[in-house]
Design a protein around this ligand. Structure first.
Ligand code: NZQ
Ligand code: ZN
Length: 422
């Protein structure tokens, strides 16, 4: 009886926490990054670093596309022209490793680096941010920030030349690093690491493989969805911006899947990627959900999958698990983003919206299950991901519905098409 009462109490508390309101909440919006957008803008990189007080720069890049395309050479020329000196650190991998961060910190200490420049995507920029934290507080282990052991008090200035529209790290307050020894993928948030400037030339993204373009577009759309599916309130202007962003990303992604050299579509998604994660779509709606993201981080920590693809593989299961708790937002999503006509019941409309979102993923070659993602976790691995996820989020996460460890496990099971083994 006591257990029954506790379950009842938990449901009641969650209902109160999750019920939809039309309240507009207080908020703070801070987006200090100067965005320099358009063709040829990478040639201004040196000037920007000088303007933000850099002298000796560490240029961070990835597995080599920036070298092959000649971008790195152009960026280096622009730094030399501006009278700057620099070191380079290549070899950052997707789901970037902590060991590369330590390598950068050691190099930066030796050569007196005072500015970090990322030339690449989220993995490169997040690595640059992590090195910047580490160099600003060299007496501490930088992993402590990611492991929630302490808060950053300082960070060297960071700038970036963005080469993929996806993670939104160019304007976000976030850095996500994987401790490759333990398989833990963790993020840390602070305004200190926000890029001083972001060079965004859509042409630079034209060398991307289709899979990365599509995964990137799915990721940015999800950054808006994570803020849209909130049980805590709304603000019409914020909803309208969010809905336009989700619709535009959908239509331009479909264009890019067929016509990857389309400059206009590249430009639209590049700007959308930055807006999607600078929190403009989070103003007034009282917080965000971000459960799909946290569930995905455990997946890519354990199985090293592409972040955007991992999100697509999880999202439908998350949505079917939570939608009844946040029905009014799922209905609005179905109608405004996917153009679904109101059905006999709100539930029917919401479910058609979830299906339309999954149809979109299929149309751009993204997975809608773990199987399609190519990941086949055992029951023990799903329990372990749920356990780690719960620890990483401090016990619970979500606004559409507050999730705890058993919920996380069930969502992994749904995404894997398996029955929970409780
Ligand atoms: O290594 P290189 O040669 O640079 O190749 C990369 C990499 O293989 C390639 N690429 C990038 N630009 C290219 C290109 N290839 C050809 N032409 C170009 N123009 O694309 C691959 C993926 O790069 P990556 O940087 O990993 O992509 P993305 O921007 O999607 O970043 C993903 C990482 O960011 C994290 C993710 O978890 C993941 O670790 N996130 C960071 C966030 C943040 N800091 O705000 C928020 C996100 O939700 C996300 O969690
Ligand atoms: Zn993301």
């Amino acid at each position: 009886d006591r257990i029954g009462f506790c379950v009842y109490l938990r449901i009641a508390i969650e209902w109160i926490e999750n019920r939809g309101t039309d309240t507009m909440n207080n908020y703070e919006f801070y987006a200090p990054t100067r965005v320099i957008f358009g063709k040829g803008t990478e040639n201004d990189t040196g000037k920007q670093i000088v303007a933000y007080g850099g002298h000796h720069v560490l240029i961070v890049y990835g597995g080599g596309h920036a070298v092959r395309s000649g971008l790195l050479e152009r960026v280096e020329a622009s730094l030399k022209e501006a009278g700057l000196t620099f070191d380079t650190l290549g070899g950052v991998v997707p789901n970037p490793h902590l060991s590369k961060v330590y390598e950068g910190i050691e190099l930066g200490k030796k050569t007196g680096v005072d500015f970090l420049l990322g030339v690449g995507g989220g993995s490169v920029i997040d690595t640059a941010k992590a090195i910047a934290y580490g160099l600003a507080e060299p007496e501490y282990d930088v992993w402590d920030l990611y492991d929630r052991k302490r808060k950053a008090k300082a960070c060297l200035p960071v700038g970036c030349v963005l080469t993929i529209a996806a993670a939104g790290s160019e304007m976000s307050d976030s850095s996500v690093i994987t401790n490759e020894k333990t398989g833990e993928k963790r993020g840390t948030n602070s305004d200190l690491c926000r890029c001083r400037f972001a060079i965004e030339n859509p042409e630079l993204t034209m060398t991307l493989p289709d899979y990365q373009t599509m995964a990137g577009c799915a990721d940015m759309q999800m950054h808006t969805m994570e803020r849209y599916f909130t049980g805590k309130g709304n603000m019409e202007i914020t909803d309208s911006i969010a809905e336009a962003l989700m619709r535009t990303v959908k239509s331009k992604t479909l264009i890019l899947h067929k016509d990857p050299q389309n400059y206009e579509a590249r430009a639209e998604v590049m700007w959308a990627g930055s807006l999607a994660h600078n929190n403009i779509t989070g103003c007034g709606n009282g917080g965000f959900d971000f459960a799909s993201h946290r569930l995905e981080h455990e997946l890519s920590g354990m199985f090293d999958v592409t972040h955007g693809a991992g999100l697509c593989a999880i999202w439908g299961s998350w949505a079917r698990y939570v939608y009844k708790n946040c029905l009014h937002r799922f209905v609005k999503f179905a109608e405004t983003v996917h153009g679904i006509a109101p059905q006999a019941t709100e539930e029917d409309t919401a479910l058609l919206g979830i299906e339309a979102q999954e149809d979109f993923y299929r149309a751009i070659g993204m997975p809608t299950s773990l199987d399609e993602l190519g990941v086949h976790p055992t029951d023990a691995q799903m329990k372990e991901m749920a356990r780690r996820c719960a620890i990483a989020v401090g016990g619970q996460i979500g606004s559409a519905m507050v999730l705890h460890e058993p919920d996380m496990y069930r969502i992994y099971c749904m995404a894997a098409g398996k029955q929970p083994q409780d």
